[in-house]
Ligand binder design. Structure first.
Ligand SMILES: Cc1ncc(COP(=O)(O)O)c(C=O)c1O
Length: 380
């Protein structure tokens, strides 16, 4: 069996450290919003290169709270991509605002900033939520250009991209450091994940920080005195303690993910198969942290055939995402229809995520490629 993702292999290595950290939290007796959450907020914010981190219950809440702390109002329009996880767009709706979808770029699968600009020229827009999809950084300079030229807000969805980098005016910046705010998810499968749910908002803006901190505890600065109606959305001390242990290994794990992606690319190149896989670019920074390793096939039939074959061979895969968000039934009233975003629609039908996690072995990578090549060579 080669799973898509394996929590257990990593746990074997870290078991003692993690159990000790959990034990200490319980022994201390402070299990909600204590020293571990504060430590993680410091760890993550300085890693990303911003002043503040606010630990919350999950990445989805982080998006909702961040938008609200950024000052979104009922009816505001927010541009995002339909080729992302549901929470990116639902956070806009949960704020009584309106998602405006824009198709993705056919090479990077990230939001197409040219199409974003076309909308900004015509309509009043509150802001945009760029998603650094699968771990690949959106063009940060492009985002800053739009922010400055059109005075819009930017909330970076970094749920999949912790540690990914881009270049801004010659210097290397991490995803999450150039928007008004960024959000992270610590869902178990993420590059930095806990054994449950967790999330964080990161920002340089003191007002967003203060507001988000208040919103995560029912809108109160002083206990039992409520300035606004907020949420119960806290990151638990136990999860923060686990994440503080894992944080020490994040850079090593990211390097392993990148080296696995390089190995996949090398094998695919050798086999000369009819599929598209992430190109490994020679850059001096981590433009992609490979949260997912996603390949693209000629059509839907072959994608599904490969997926079934891999399943029979004991290899885990997943489809991110089978239904683009503009075609979700809950968003019907937004008025989009099939054909509106052809690239996203095509990717939903033709891409497949292959196993990637730091502990994946060379033999396993080779086996995955070998099994894919069996199907594709039959077709060629
Ligand atoms: C792009 C993206 N945004 C937001 C989220 C939401 O994070 P969570 O699952 O922690 O609520 C996820 C996680 O699945 C995600 O992949």
């Amino acid at each position: 069996m080669i799973p898509l993702f394996d929590l257990k292999r990593q746990y074997k290595e870290l078991k003692k450290e993690i159990l000790d950290a959990i034990d200490q939290v319980i022994q201390n007796g402070k299990v909600i919003l204590g020293a571990q959450v504060e430590k993680l907020e410091r760890n993550i914010s300085s890693f990303i290169g911003v002043k503040y981190g606010i630990g919350v219950a999950n990445g989805s809440d982080a998006l909702v709270i961040a938008l609200r702390a950024m000052g979104i109002n009922k009816g505001d329009k927010v541009i995002t991509t339909p080729y992302t996880f549901f929470a990116t767009a639902s956070s806009i709706v949960r704020n009584n605002a309106m998602p405006v979808f824009v198709d993705v770029d056919k090479e990077t699968y990230n939001i197409d900033l040219n199409q974003v600009e076309n909308i900004l020229k015509k309509e009043k827009i509150f802001g945009i939520i760029p998603v650094h999809l699968f771990g690949q950084t959106v063009d940060l300079e492009g985002l800053l250009y739009l922010k400055e030229k059109y005075g819009i807000k930017i909330l970076e969805d970094c749920a999949q991209s912790i540690g990914s980098e881009g270049k801004v005016n010659g210097s290397i910046r991490k995803s999450g450091s150039i928007g008004d705010a960024g959000i992270l998810s610590f869902f178990p499968t993420k590059n930095l994940g806990t054994y449950g749910d967790g999330g964080m908002i990161v920002t340089d803006d003191e007002q967003i920080y203060e507001t988000a901190k208040m919103l995560r505890v029912h809108g109160s600065k002083k206990k039992y005195f409520h300035e606004t109606v907020g949420y119960n959305s806290r990151l638990d001390e136990i999860h923060a303690a686990i994440l503080n242990v894992k944080f020490k290994y994040l850079e090593t794990w990211t390097d392993k993910r990148i080296s696995i992606a390089k190995k996949y690319a090398k094998f695919f190149e050798k086999e000369k198969l009819n599929l598209k896989y992430p190109k490994i670019e020679q850059k001096s920074f981590k433009y992609h942290v490979f949260h997912q390793y996603v390949v693209k096939f000629k059509d839907n039939k072959i994608r599904d055939k490969v997926r079934n074959h891999l399943n029979d061979a004991g290899i885990g895969t997943s489809i991110y995402y089978p239904v683009p968000l503009h075609l979700q039934s809950c968003f019907k009233k937004l008025g989009y229809k099939e054909g509106d975003f052809p690239i996203s629609e095509n990717l939903s039908k033709t891409t497949l995520a292959l196993p990637i996690f730091p502990e994946l072995t060379d033999e396993e990578i080779e086996k995955v490629v070998f099994e894919i090549s069996k199907v594709l060579k039959e077709e060629q």
